[in-house]
Design a protein around this ligand. Structure first.
Ligand SMILES: Cc1cc2nc3c(=O)[nH]c(=O)nc-3n(C[C@H](O)[C@H](O)[C@H](O)COP(=O)(O)OP(=O)(O)OC[C@H]3O[C@@H](n4cnc5c(N)ncnc54)[C@H](O)[C@@H]3O)c2cc1C
Length: 432
């Protein structure tokens, strides 16, 4: 007789691990299937870990999780070709436990999380790809793997298979990915002696700095760049919408090379030894791109459900939260002896709607389209703001009132009064 589980979780990234851990902890018989050689081997992230989401799953995670640095300073840089204008927020409040955010290396973190899942009692099988969902009419009853005789059955299947979610597409649960709904991101890890890194970023102990970047580094494409401090390395990366890469005919590698050569970034990287390069898609279509996330016998979590808040660069926390909530739904329905049909699994959507996951995605639902239609937000304004700062900070005998007039004129020349007012309204709509 074929083996049957209470639940099968496809994928061992943050969403799959959160789901499998929560289910196993509650005594469910769980099978988790991962196509990579080990959990984390195929995964890419910046990476910032947001404590709150993990704390709700493993409250004492800080005891043994592989954490790099806790973040005490956040910088936001708006760059033109030769300078940046920015804001820094640094707080000693962030330098006291319990720390709110950490930099991590995903390969190590996923391995650690997966060990917790296995310790909780789930069975993990790696180097195995789920190739299809097994159906009984409209109901998912198991999965087909690429192993010989690899059909496995379960009461419910949780799809945590990441942004591509080929399984959901194959089963017709969601449409093809649109190039305007996903960003292609590339990142590198550069090793530096710890003391050099710490003096360069004015940090010590395990404290770290995060720099988020927008502006001309993305050459008018909708996207962002980032630079994070790890213990003995820096992670640098940039990502833009796939549709923009296609239009601009610009390669992600070239974009990253140009970014590293920027005069404000280059000195931070100086002397570093590049050890790792990775590229990955990020679902950035926001609320309007969320597909159907539950049905008879199935639930979708994490990137597969498009749960990424691109504005705040949050993904792993939405992944873990959706994974936990999917598992809690299964546990609650089991306790109430209700079958895993769509009507009952709708509880998962209710949980997400009531959480920061859907509330935040809903808040920014207009943003992707507004930025996509108005690329000058990422080119013209960064240039104008940097020039304005340059004008005001150059002491050259010109009085400040005249300088202010020059700045006002430069804005009007590029965007007109009507254009400026329209842009202000669009920004308000995007962030309202
Ligand atoms: C460059 C970059 C930087 C990022 N930075 C941040 C950041 O700083 N902070 C943050 O919170 N988020 C960040 N994100 C987003 C974050 O990485 C994702 O939101 C998160 O990894 C989603 O988790 P997941 O478990 O849903 O998917 P994934 O992490 O993609 O995991 C999916 C897993 O499923 C497996 N899989 C797929 N298909 C199958 C199959 N058919 N059979 C078996 N296994 C399968 C894969 O091998 C993989 O292990 C970043 C993303 C990128 C690309």
């Amino acid at each position: 007789m074929a083996t049957k589980f209470d639940a099968i979780v496809v994928g061992a990234g943050p969403s799959g691990n959160a789901a499998a851990y929560t289910l196993a902890k509650s005594g469910r018989k769980v099978l988790q299937i991962e196509r990579g050689e080990y959990p984390g081997s195929k995964n890419v992230q910046g990476a910032i870990l947001y404590s709150d989401a993990l704390e709700k799953i493993i409250p004492d995670f800080r005891e043994d999780a592989p954490l790099e640095r806790h973040v005490i300073e956040q910088r936001l840089w708006v760059l033109d070709d030769e300078s940046f204008i920015g804001s820094h927020y640094r707080s000693d409040g962030f330098n006291k436990p319990p720390y709110n955010r950490y930099t991590i290396i995903r390969a190590q973190f996923d391995k650690w999380f997966s060990q917790k899942v296995q310790d909780a009692g789930a069975l993990l099988i790696c180097e195995t790809t789920v190739s299809d969902l097994l159906m009984d009419g409209d109901r998912v009853v198991g999965v087909q793997t690429d192993r010989l005789g690899g059909s496995v059955y379960a009461d419910v299947v949780i799809l945590a298979d990441g942004v591509n979610s080929i399984l959901a597409r194959k089963a017709g649960f969601r449409p093809e990915l649109r190039p305007g709904d996903v960003a292609l991101a590339v990142k590198e890890i550069h090793f530096l002696p710890q003391e050099v890194l710490e003096s360069r970023f004015n940090i010590s102990g395990d404290a770290g700095v995060v720099i988020e970047m927008i502006g001309k580094i993305t050459k008018g494409m909708m996207g962002t760049g980032f630079l994070y401090t790890n213990k003995e390395s820096l992670t640098i990366g940039v990502g833009c919408l796939l549709s923009d890469f296609k239009k601009q005919k610009c390669s992600p590698n070239q974009l990253l090379e140009d970014m590293k050569a920027h005069p404000s970034i280059k000195p931070l990287m100086e002397g570093g030894e590049m050890k790792e390069y990775a590229a990955h898609l990020i679902p950035e279509g926001g609320y309007n791109a969320i597909p159907k996330i539950y049905g008879d016998g199935w639930l979708v979590v994490g990137d597969a459900g498009m749960f990424v808040n691109a504005v705040h660069r949050e993904g792993s926390n939405l992944a873990m939260t959706s994974g936990r909530m999917a598992a809690e739904t299964v546990v609650e329905l089991t306790a109430a002896q209700k079958p895993f049909i769509a009507k009952n699994l709708a509880l998962y959507r209710d949980k997400l709607d009531a959480s920061f996951v859907m509330k935040d995605l809903k808040k920014y639902r207009n943003l992707p389209e507004i930025f996509h239609r108005n690329p000058h937000f990422l080119t013209t304004y960064p240039e104008l703001l940097n020039k304005a700062a340059h004008t005001m900070l150059t002491v050259d005998g010109v009085d400040k009132k005249t300088k202010e007039k020059q700045i006002r004129n430069s804005f009007k020349q590029k965007r007109s009064l009507f254009g400026l007012m329209g842009d202000a309204y669009k920004m308000w709509r995007a962030f309202e």
